[in-house]
Design a protein around this ligand. Structure first.
Ligand code: FAD
Length: 165
C-alpha cells in the first residue's frame, strides 16, 4: 500500500479537475489530481471552446500559447434556409478578446492544461489512478483510496474534491 499526502486531492482529470488543479498549483497549493484513464483520448466530449472559456485563458495569461495549438475559428454561423443564407450567430459584438468559437478537441485542451500545470512544482497529475472511496476520520473526509496498476494507493488530503461523475 503506497500512501501520499497533499493539501488537495482531486478525483477526475476532466476540464473541471484539471482547471482547479492548475489554479491551485498556480497559487502555490500542493495538489494531486487522479485520472483513471492513461491519457485524455477518452470519450468524445466535443470540440468547441467558447469565447467565455477563451477569456479565462486570457485572464490566466495562457491565451497566446493556447491559440498556437491547431484549431479552427468560427466567427459567424450561417444557415441556408431555402434560397436564403441567414446569419444565426455573430460573435463580433462579444465583450471578450476572442470574438469566435475555437474548434479544438477536448484532449488537446486537457493536455495543454496538464502541460501548463506541470510548470508548477506543487502540481501532480497521476494518470491511471482511479479513486475508489473516501478515507474518513473524526467525522470528516481526509483522503481518497485509489487503484493503480501497481496496487492500492491512499492519498491523505486536507481537502478532497470530486470532479468525476
Ligand atoms: C458528446 C459530448 C459533446 C460535448 N461537446 C462539448 C463542446 O463542444 N464544448 C463544450 O464546452 N462542452 C462540451 N461538452 C460538455 C463537456 O464535455 C463537459 O461539460 C465537461 O467534460 C465536463 O467536465 P468535468 O471535468 O466536469 O467532467 P468530465 O469531462 O466527465 O471529466 C471527469 C474525468 O474524471 C475521470 N474519472 C471518472 N471517474 C473517476 C475516478 N473514479 N477516479 C479518477 N478519475 C475518474 C474521467 O475519466 C474524466 O476524465 C460535451 C459533452 C458531451 C458528452
Amino acid at each position: 500500500m503506497e500512501t501520499l499526502s497533499t493539501r488537495c486531492c482531486i478525483a477526475g482529470g476532466g476540464p473541471a479537475g484539471m482547471m482547479l488543479g492548475f489554479l491551485l498549483a498556480r497559487a502555490g497549493v500542493d495538489v494531486v489530481i487522479l485520472e483513471k484513464h492513461g491519457d485524455f483520448l477518452r470519450d468524445f466530449r466535443g470540440d468547441t471552446v467558447h469565447p467565455s472559456t477563451l477569456e479565462i485563458m486570457y485572464e490566466l495569461g495562457l491565451l497566446d500559447e493556447f491559440l498556437k495549438l491547431p484549431h479552427q475559428e468560427l466567427h459567424q454561423a450561417t444557415a441556408q434556409i431555402g434560397p436564403f443564407a441567414v446569419t444565426i450567430g455573430d460573435f463580433s459584438h462579444l465583450p471578450t478578446h476572442c470574438k469566435f468559437i475555437a474548434f479544438m478537441p477536448q484532449w488537446d485542451f486537457l493536455n495543454f492544461l496538464a502541460e501548463s500545470g506541470r510548470r508548477y512544482p506543487s502540481f501532480h497529475l497521476l494518470m491511471n489512478r482511479e479513486a475508489t472511496g473516501l478515507i474518513e476520520g473524526n467525522g470528516s473526509v481526509c483522503g481518497l483510496h485509489a487503484n493503480t496498476r501497481e496496487g492500492p494507493l491512499d492519498i491523505r488530503a486536507d481537502l478532497v474534491v470530486a470532479a468525476a461523475p
